[in-house]
Write a protein of this length. Structure first.
Length: 70
């Protein structure tokens, strides 16, 4: 059963919501590839933390510079 924002593994409960969302996305992809849940959870959390470090949320980051100029 795929995980959602409302139904996710307990191991993800203390992760900030943005990073947890990415972890859920990664974990679900790993499950679709046939990996077991324990592996999917561990790898997804690690990869989501790496992703968050490289994609730090900044004010206005969701708005493209092109849209700002119009």
């Amino acid at each position: 059963m795929p995980w959602t924002e409302e139904n996710f593994p307990l191991a993800m409960r203390n992760i900030d919501p943005r990073t947890r969302s990415k972890a859920i996305e990664i974990a679900n992809a790993l499950l679709r590839e046939g990996h077991d849940e324990g592996f999917a959870i561990r790898v997804a959390i690690a990869r989501a933390h790496e992703w968050a470090q490289h994609h730090a949320a900044t004010p206005g980051s969701a708005v493209s510079t092109r849209a700002k100029g119009q």
